[in-house]
Ligand binder design. Structure first.
Ligand SMILES: Nc1ncnc2c1ncn2[C@@H]1O[C@H](COP(=O)(O)OP(=O)(O)OP(=O)(O)O)[C@@H](O)[C@H]1O
Length: 304
């Protein structure tokens, strides 16, 4: 069956690299590869619900991970038949673009659109979290440990700032003492331990392009659990260097497992869910599972 040529463009003018192409240019380029795009202007995530009303065919999302998350959360709240009829095409114009990067969609926005000519959609998993604070969904990653603590210090709602990021690290790192928690992966219990890093990854990177998992694949139905026991931790420099050289999982202290369901006891530790943080009164557990193929994402035929 021929794919629908109907398309809606959501464009975040506030995303990190939105100056690379205007909505008019994107519309023109989408028309050139055979779509009939309608541009729906949005000034904030609050406008997305209205922008998606009546949308059919393909939703092109021009922005970064935050824009994509905002759109995805709306789609994921829709009934399955409606959601399955919509495809999402990411046009990376953010700062980190972790989701686009994992799908191999990187480069100049107009080139990305050209590479989408004739592209098929692939099933894209989403992570589902149930914790004492409530329920959440994530596209990139969810976890606890040093990264979540630094993110909470940073205050992700206050906008991006390198200075605040450095200050957050300086505040969170010296007193960092992770609590001992229980961990179960697909029913297999591990001995209780304290973790410097405990990340459940859907995409290979999260946050400011922290590529904790070199092989996470959001099209395969499982999540990649990355953990570093606090007793085995190496120097911060070793981790930062390995993140820069894309060899984080090669560090001797880093363990990784594929799992559909991860369960972590909740003792009051801070969790991050993509770029947001969560905390609640201690007690109970956090259950994180893959929702296989929750979204349909366009993947280019060739690299842009
Ligand atoms: N459709 C939208 N229109 C306008 N603003 C939006 C929209 N969607 C999200 N936003 C706001 O813009 C902020 C920045 O967007 P986004 O995260 O996509 O860019 P970024 O921070 O440069 O990229 P990345 O998350 O990839 O580093 C979001 O956190 C959100 O508050």
């Amino acid at each position: 069956m021929a794919q629908s040529t109907e398309a809606t463009l959501i464009y975040n003018a506030k995303a990190g690299t939105s100056e690379r192409a205007s909505p008019d240019h994107l519309v023109e380029e989408l028309a050139a590869i055979g779509y009939r795009p309608i541009y729906r202007a949005t000034a904030s995530p609050d406008d997305i619900a209205q922008a998606l009303e009546g949308a059919r065919g393909t939703l092109f999302v021009a922005g970064g991970d935050g824009t994509l998350r905002a759109v995805a959360l709306h789609l994921l709240a829709r009934p399955e038949e409606e959601r399955a009829a919509l495809r999402v095409g990411v046009i990376p114009m953010g700062t980190a673009n972790n989701v686009a990067r994992t799908l191999g969609v990187l480069g100049d926005p107009l080139e990305v659109i050209r590479a989408y000519a004739g592209a098929q959609a692939v099933p894209f998993d989403v992570g589902r979290v149930r914790g004492p604070w409530g329920q959440d969904l994530f596209l990139e990653a969810c976890g606890c440990g040093l990264f979540a603590d630094v993110m909470a210090e940073y205050g992700p709602d206050e906008g991006k700032s390198v200075l605040r990021a450095v200050q957050a690290m300086i505040r969170a790192m010296p007193g960092f003492a992770p609590p001992t928690v229980s961990l179960t992966l697909d029913g297999r219990a591990f001995p209780d331990d304290a973790y410097t890093i405990l990340e459940v990854m859907n995409t290979s990177a999260t946050g400011p392009t922290l590529r904790f998992s070199t092989h996470a694949d959001p099209t395969e139905g499982t999540l990649d659990v990355i953990r570093v026991a606090h007793s085995d931790r190496e120097s911060m420099l070793a981790y930062l260097t390995s993140l820069l050289t894309d060899t984080f999982e090669d560090r001797p202290s880093v363990q990784s497992h594929d799992a559909r369901v991860t369960e972590i006891s909740y003792v009051g530790q801070i969790f991050h869910v993509d770029g947001e943080t969560r905390q609640a009164a201690p007690g109970g557990r956090v259950s994180i599972e893959a929702w296989p193929g929750a979204l349909q994402m366009l993947r280019p035929q060739r690299q842009p």
